[in-house]
Every structure is written in C-alpha cells, then in structure tokens.
Design a protein around this ligand. Sequence first.
Ligand code: ZN
Ligand code: ZN
Length: 160
Amino acid sequence: MEEIKIPKEYFINIEGLREGVNEFKYTTDGLYLEIGELQKGIEIQLKVTKIVKRLIVKGKIIFSLELECARCLEKYIIKFTEGISSVFLPNNPSGIKSEEETEDPDVNFYTGKTISLVQLIRDIILLAIPIKPLCSVSCKGICPVCGKNLNEADCGCPRE
Ligand SMILES: [Zn+2]
Ligand SMILES: [Zn+2]
C-alpha cells in the first residue's frame, strides 16, 4: 500500500517562528486525513503566539463535508468553519505536569522542532460531522409508502 505523504502545512516549524504573533493562512489537501465525507481543500487560518517555548495556537479551519440527509437520503455538501484553540508546551522530561497542564484539555505537549496539527485538525473535522445530518431543517423526507422524495413533489399517497 502506498503511503500518503502528509502535506507540510500540517506542521508548525517552531524554529521558523518569531516571538509574539505569527499568522498563517493557507489551503491544503485533506486527503491524508482519510475522512470520507471531507471535500478537497481545507483552509487553515492560524495565529500562533510564541512566548519562549509556549505556543498558543488559535484560528479557524474551513472545510466542506458531503453528507447524506437522514430524512430524504440525498447527498448534500455543507461548509463548516470551526475554531481551533490549543496550547503547546515542551514535553517536560521529568514527566511531572502542573495542575494547569493536566486539567486543561487544550494543552498539548511537543518534543523536537515541529508540531503536528494532524490529530487536532482531524478531531475538529470528525466532531463537526452531525449524528443526524439534515439537508435542511424543513426537509420533508421520503414517502414511507412509495419512497418518493417529498421535497421534490407530493406523491399523493394517503397519510394517516
Ligand atoms: Zn433531506
Ligand atoms: Zn408516496
């Protein structure tokens, strides 16, 4: 099996950052994430604030998903804009973490000179997938008798 190369956009090169705010905006491929519903092209807008070894990552992930409506079973594409917010701290070699670090779910740890955003972005996209997708809140669904999509026209089947 051929391995899909992770696009470089998923990594933050720590050495390339200046102290203070660093802004990034780019579009990358979502193929690597292997999420079937995900459409081509993810827009990533990041503000990475570097304070010595602490990195505060905030921004937006803009992507589109192709979902199947739970009522009418039609496929539809919907655009999402989800926030990304995380703090990266260097891995403490002693393994002892402060209370703030262990209790805050947004805190992550890094080793080396690059930070991978793959897991973070993947989780954000997976969390955005609704359990019961609807093409529209007013979707009429399909007729249980003849199976016609009632958004297109009424089929005239008797209803109780
Ligand atoms: Zn529908
Ligand atoms: Zn019908």
